[in-house]
Design a binder for this molecule. Structure first.
Ligand code: NCD
Length: 327
């Protein structure tokens, strides 16, 4: 469910009664199943509009502050593209070292600054909970683009949208989703497992022992009555898998680099491994990949990870339009 609406000054033409108007997007826990249907409906329309006209003026005159304290290619550029395809513009702050952050400015002060100039703020930050701190400081909507090992809600929404678009609406129910790789530090799988627990899915976790899915996430998913099981090898579950969600081992989160060296090449998806999988299934990855999926698999129709990036554009267009009262 959306959190309480922030009181925004209302320029002409915005619908303050729109359900997500002025809301922050901090966690997938804010979304119920009907909210997802709504997001996916809007994203689907955005896709149609981009295919037909490319760019249109839904958010003309609106400004997004894209504030990234951690590296990003897809998330940052897809939010930029989303805003510009909707006729808005972007203040990009990708290198916080060139901003006042390097002078020691606090996150709340940086947020208060940016909201003087922008209508919505997208934030990526290395600390879990930072998006919530930013949202508390801000009167304008804040969208969490990854808070440390915490959550990455817009990625999970685009991941779920990818499953819908690729495998057919309504078919998330009944699916077996296998998450592979770094389930401990990977924020995308933390968000995705929680989000998928809104459906009748079965979730498998395949990881090295030291990178298992956090207990906290598994307990939340279990509370929704979702069957989950943990494995150390992919072979045990690959033949039953409908969605294989591969992740990168998050080197930057390891306290001890020797531990990283031990697990970095633990799983590699290639055409040979995929012989054991169904023909009707998809392989997803939030990207970047650093060896977990061989490029030799890219031409396989089941390789959905490049299409997944494109779905991200439509979902982020939908979310921006929603929080700015235009959807
Ligand atoms: C992910 C992230 O930043 O959490 N990337 C992304 O947003 N597409 C995954 C990763 O970095 O491994």
């Amino acid at each position: 469910m959306p959190t309480q609406s922030k009181s925004l000054h209302l320029p002409f033409g915005e619908d303050k009664n729109a359900p997500w108007y002025g809301k922050d997007i901090l966690s997938v826990k804010q979304f119920a199943r009907e909210d997802l249907e709504y997001v996916f409906g809007v994203a689907h329309e955005m896709r149609g509009m981009v295919e037909r006209v490319g760019t249109f003026d839904l958010l003309k005159g609106k400004i997004l502050a894209n504030l990234f304290y951690e590296p990003s290619t897809r998330t940052s550029s897809s939010f930029t593209a989303a805003m510009e395809r909707l006729g808005g513009s972007v203040i990009p702050i990708n290198e916080v070292k060139y901003s006042s952050v390097s002078k020691g400015e606090s996150l709340p002060d940086t947020i208060r600054t940016l909201e003087c100039y922008a209508d919505v703020i997208v934030l990526r930050h290395p600390e879990t909970g930072s998006a919530a701190i930013a949202a508390k400081a801000a009167k304008k909507p804040v969208i969490n683009a990854g808070d440390g090992v915490g959550e990455h809600p817009t990625q999970a929404l685009l991941d779920a949208f990818t499953i819908f678009e690729e495998l057919g609406v309504g078919e998330i129910d009944g699916m077996t989703v296998t998450m592979l790789g770094d389930l401990k530090y990977g924020r995308t799988v933390h968000s995705l497992a929680r989000l998928l627990s809104l459906y009748n899915v079965k979730i498998n976790y395949v990881s090295p022992e030291i990178l298992r899915m956090p207990q906290e996430v598994m307990e939340e998913v279990a509370a929704k009555g979702i069957p989950q099981a943990e494995f150390s090898t992919l072979q045990e579950v690959l033949p039953q898998t409908d969605v294989l969600y591969v992740t990168r081992v998050q080197q930057e989160r390891f306290e001890n680099q020797k531990d990283y060296e031990k697990v970095k090449g633990a799983y590699v998806i290639d055409p040979q491994v995929m012989q054991a999988a169904k023909q009707e299934m998809i392989v997803m990855h939030p990207l970047p990949r650093v060896g977990e999926i061989s490029p030799e698999f890219d031409e396989d129709p089941r390789a959905a990870y490049f299409r997944q990036m494109e779905y991200g554009l439509y979902v982020r267009m939908a979310l921006l339009a929603m929080v700015l009262g235009k959807a």
